[in-house]
Design a protein around this ligand. Sequence first.
Ligand code: MG
Length: 296
Amino acid sequence: MFTDWFEVNDPRFESLILPNVHVDTLYSGGRWLEGPVYLPAVRQLLFSDIPNNRVLRYDEINDVVAPFLQPSQFANGHTLDRSGRVIACEHFTRRVTRTEHDGGITVIASHFEGKRLNSPNDVVEARDGSIWFTDPTYGISTEYEGARIESEIGSRNVYRVAPSGEIAAVLTDFVQPNGLAFSLDESVLYVVDSGSKPGRIVAFDVVDGRLLSNPRLIAECPKGIYDGIRLDRHGHIWAGAGDGVHCIASDGTLLGKIRLPEAAANICFGGPARNRLYICATRTLYAVYLNTTQAV
Ligand code: MG
């Protein structure tokens, strides 16, 4: 035990954390928080409060949280593209969108083979500009996080949208594909299945920048489910789980945990040095400084 906040399972974890920090509680008024994305230019964090159908904004300078977008179409995961534009996964409208610099909304994906998507959950951009996202059914299985309706597609896939706009299903056999993240050199894509029992993280080789092959089980979640994942500069996987955030080496070794009193869903690095981990955990937005930074 390193401190009450940290659980060290492998000596390597001690070099990733700081001995004198606390986990800050920044906000506790959410219903189910997810989808944090850090906007470096304005030092703000956007994050989703899905059942309340809103996106909130944490202002790092003034240390305040305020509504940013409501209704948010029950938005879930977000990412920032290479041009600094926010990409959002919308449960209610069942699409992935990009907010342009002038405020306009561009639809990146809404259909596959003529059928509506289920409810896009999480999204990343590759260096070639392609957009990769997961499409489980959490946003269409209840009214709580979207709208209840039958899946048109009938499966829960991972998709790649090429810069041309062409959409392809790259993974079709997960129960509920959820968080996803590329390795530092983008030769590997990690994908969470939060519907398998237990939940798991699987690594795939990325072939020609557009296909997945050679699946390898990286980790099974010992408590709750894995949801969102992010990589740090060393290639370690940080994953939201039932008892906090788990730090996992690329070979699957559990290095340690940030222990939280609520289940953690999604995380992202922020702060000017990208060494502050923001954690959306059930009703609460937490943050903790680490001795590592976001992968670049
Ligand atoms: Mg998710």
